[in-house]
Design a protein around this ligand. Structure first.
Ligand code: FMN
Length: 344
């Protein structure tokens, strides 16, 4: 696709945003979660859950692309391994307004393996390159890759540079590397996020070996201190998954100031809850359920007095018939009481 100035601006904005990103997480980073995260950080890059190209192209599941305009900058993660189908899915994603299309080469789940996408693609760099080239030709937003350092018996120090060289030659300029292998035999997807050891030095080496490639590191990063340390070591970006989901206040409320150099005072978790109320009302008015939104808010007060009561009130109350924003307000008032009591 022909580069226009507007595209170049968009690409540089999203590259800046990818200094800190919230990882794609199935069933977690849905549109409600991303709306919440966006209220907590203006600048961080947000990723969708993986959407498979067959679901979009063959299944016509275009509702999977729905998102709120407030979510930008937001990237769509695709799963697939058929270049033509991925190109069509990427076009649908870019047409829906996503700022980036990311190809999943890291997810080890059985369902995904059976469709030949995800981490198993680490074994087929030429096919990944073909897929990326097809998507790059199809859309004018940036096409990126999220990968592991290798799978099964592969030797990461050999296969990862070869993989990156191949996808970079296809035109990919930005990658996120989950710094551990995926073991496709014998481990559950959950175990595959914890058991294969992390190799951060290898990801740093890749940045040195491919200085023109924008490299984000992912895996086991639990705080902004750790994120800053990775950036200080020369990595271009840090992608955080579980920690951002479970403790979004710690990861996201200070991110704009600490990672993106903004000077405005960080918002409070309480202010974020208040800002979620109109969103919740809109969601309910459109026929949605309270729990679909509040389940992503359970971790908002992690580590603070009242956190457990907040969690309990929301998780027990949200599914009662007729539950609405007043449940959230009552739970928030309870957190405030507990905070005052703890301060006395
Ligand atoms: C519930 C859950 C779902 C995930 N779904 C995806 C996914 O759809 N696509 C993907 O590339 N990675 C997925 N991942 C992996 C994360 O993106 C990330 O690589 C991994 O959790 C390691 O980062 P962390 O230690 O910061 O959580 C998922 C992780 C979790 C916990």
């Amino acid at each position: 696709m022909q580069e226009t100035n507007a595209n170049m601006d968009r690409k540089s904005l999203i590259e800046k945003a990818s200094r800190l990103s919230v990882a794609p997480m199935m069933d977690w980073t849905d549109r409600h979660c991303r709306y919440l995260h966006r209220l907590m950080s203006r600048d961080a890059l947000l990723y969708t859950e993986m959407v498979t190209a067959p679901a979009l192209v063959r299944g016509g599941a275009l509702h999977l692309l729905e998102h709120d305009p407030a979510e930008h900058p937001v990237a769509l993660q695709l799963g697939g391994s058929d270049p033509a189908e991925l190109a069509r899915a990427a076009r649908l994603g870019a047409g829906a307004g996503y700022d980036e299309i990311n190809l999943n080469c890291g997810c080890p789940s059985d369902r995904v393996q059976s469709g030949t996408f995800g981490a198993v693609l680490m074994m087929s760099p030429d096919l990944v390159a073909e897929c990326c080239a097809a998507m790059i030709a199809a859309v004018d937003v940036e096409v990126t890759v999220k990968c592991r350092i290798g799978v099964d018996a592969q030797e990461p120090r050999e296969v990862l540079p070869a993989f990156l060289e191949t996808v970079a030659a296809a035109g990919v300029r930005r990658v996120a590397i989950h710094a551990r292998k995926a073991w496709l035999q014998g481990l559950s997807p959950k175990e595959n996020r914890d058991i294969p050891p992390l190799d951060y030095p290898l990801v740093q080496e890749m940045k040195r070996a491919f200085p023109a490639l924008h490299v984000s590191i992912n895996g086991g990063i639990g705080s902004l201190d750790e994120a800053e340390a990775h950036l200080a070591q020369g990595l271009d970006g840090v992608m955080v998954g579980r920690a951002a989901y479970h403790d979004p206040a710690a990861l996201l409320l200070q991110a704009d100031r600490r990672i993106f150099g903004r000077t405005a005072a960080p918002r409070s978790a309480e202010a974020v809850v208040h800002d979620m109320l109109p969103y919740i009302e809109r969601h309910l008015a459109a026929g949605g359920k309270l729990g679909q939104v509040t389940r992503h808010m359970l971790g908002l007060f992690t580590g603070r007095p009242g956190a457990r009561a907040w969690r309990r009130q929301l998780s027990e109350g949200a599914h009662r018939p007729g539950a609405g924003p007043e449940l959230v307000e009552a739970a928030l008032a309870h957190v405030a009481d507990m905070g005052r009591a703890a301060a006395e």
